[in-house]
Design a binder for this molecule. Structure first.
Ligand code: ZN
Ligand code: ZN
Length: 149
């Protein structure tokens, strides 16, 4: 049986499916990816050559340069794609099971944030470890679209 990966935005308006084999997975630290993701790096997996398809609404695109468009959910804003002349890459965090996609190279390291080297030195807490500091978490009900099996 063909392994199908599924994913989408946090509100569920945009969903996608793609079958194995996925392309190369990477993280990009370049300043353009930082801005596009609102984050310090962009984890992306290439879907070039796959049968990738949108199964609900399509993302809206912003042309971040003359050569590349960035796809995002028009309703909730979740960053979803990097679309270049040589193919499309999808945000790994948007997959229902991002742990199954393992990057093995870093791009754009000229803009890499220096504290990235120290993340593993910091204390580790689960979400509920902070329940006393943030008691509202006890009553939290997610409105995000659930991960599918
Ligand atoms: Zn959405
Ligand atoms: Zn980049």
């Amino acid at each position: 049986m063909t392994i199908i990966h599924k994913g989408g935005c946090q509100c569920g308006a945009v969903r996608f499916e793609v079958s194995e084999p996925l392309g190369h997975a990477s993280v990009c630290h370049c300043r353009m990816c930082q801005k596009a993701f609102g984050n310090v790096f962009a984890p992306l997996v290439s879907v070039r050559g796959t049968d990738f398809r949108w199964t609900k609404a399509e993302p809206k695109r912003f042309a971040s340069s003359n050569l590349v468009e960035r796809g995002f959910c028009p309703d909730c804003g979740t960053p979803l794609t990097y679309e270049a002349p040589d193919g499309v890459a999808v945000a790994i965090g948007a997959f229902d099971h991002p742990e199954s996609i393992v990057p093995d190279i870093q791009f754009g390291v000229e803009a890499r944030i220096a504290w990235m080297d120290h993340v593993n030195d910091w204390p580790l807490r689960t979400t509920m470890d902070d329940i006393e500091a943030a008691p509202f978490l006890d009553k939290l009900v997610s409105y995000q679209y659930p991960d599918e099996a």
